[in-house]
Design a protein around this ligand. Structure first.
Ligand code: NDP
Length: 270
């Protein structure tokens, strides 16, 4: 008897060689006994739709989408989840007949990492979100669902933070200087400054006693995390968010939520 053909999934991006998603999903599949194969696909910068549609035509059942194609994936979807619509970006596509379902699991992944892996509550906390790009936008709705005492967005280009905050009721946004005199229990760095080792203009008092400073970038000691630690904050990088957003995508596709603890430990192993 021949073995059944594995269900086919992939992550698409440019660049894609660095992606940890094939390893994460392969570990999830082994853990949950799912017969699936997960590849990394490099799409040309002007060829996302062709790559995604060729994968679908070839029998692919779903795709994760990473930089720089999340907005294009949003436009390609024929149906969207509420969280994808709020994010204006899609990181998880599901192909089902003619339908292309677009979802965004980044925010759920962040919230789960903070709550379950790091043991921190968001409810009732003063939260500062740094950045106003796709990553920041994608986490606002899931953060608000946790009912923080306040959610403030700060961005290098203040007008972008103003516009983003205006799209969601009950939050405010501006430039870094507007943070003067305010302190926060949770500071989330959703800028790409850490990728370039750039320092963010945060004042000492902005990390309240007991603060958690969270950098979405992972795998490196960033100036943001160094500053936060020097000022007494607890720190975390974005590897847990990466694993948790993958687990949420796996749940969307397979109807099973994999355990993440062992996978995260495996990825952290030197
Ligand atoms: P975008 O390019 O959409 O946005 C970049 C943001 O960073 C903008 O707000 C920009 O400000 C700001 N920025 C860039 N450089 C600097 C700097 N030197 N000083 C201050 N602000 C700066 O990127 P994304 O939102 O898609 O991604 C942001 C980060 O989040 C990336 O590093 C990405 O790797 C990470 N990420 C991690 C995930 C995970 O699972 N761990 C998931 C998704 C993203 P301005 O508007 O002024 O240009």
């Amino acid at each position: 008897m021949t073995a059944p053909t594995p269900d086919h999934y992939a992550v698409v991006g440019n660049p894609i060689g660095h992606s940890k998603s094939p390893r994460i999903h392969t570990l999830f599949a082994a853990q949950t006994g799912q017969n699936m194969r997960y590849d990394a696909l490099l799409a040309p910068f002007d060829g996302f739709c062709e790559t995604a549609l060729a994968f679908k035509t070839g029998g692919g059942l779903g795709m994760n989408v990473t930089v720089p194609f999340k907005e294009e994936a949003f436009r390609l979807a024929t149906r969207l989840s509420d969280r994808a619509r709020a994010a204006g970006a899609v990181n998880t596509l599901t192909f089902n007949g003619d339908e292309i379902f677009g979802d965004n699991t980044d925010g759920a992944g962040l919230v789960r990492d903070i709550r379950s892996n790091l043991g921190r509550r968001i409810a009732g906390q003063r939260v500062l979100l740094l950045g106003a790009g796709g990553a920041a936008r994608g986490v606002i709705l899931p953060l608000l669902a946790e009912k923080p005492a306040a959610l403030i967005i700060a961005n290098r280009s203040a007008d972008k933070a103003h516009r983003l905050a205006a799209a969601f009721p009950g939050i405010s946004g501006g430039g870094f200087p507007e943070l003067a005199g305010q302190s926060f229990d949770l500071v989330i760095n959703a800028t790409s400054a850490s990728l370039h080792d750039a320092h963010l203009p945060l004042a000492h008092h902005q990390f309240a006693p007991g603060c958690l400073a969270y950098d979405m970038v992972y795998g490196k000691e960033t100036p943001f995390l160094r500053q936060a630690r020097a000022e007494g904050a607890a720190t975390a990088d974005g590897l847990g968010m990466l694993v948790e957003q993958a687990a949420e995508a796996f749940l969307v596709w397979r109807g099973i939520r994999p355990q993440t603890e062992a996978v995260l430990a495996e990825l952290r192993r030197p």
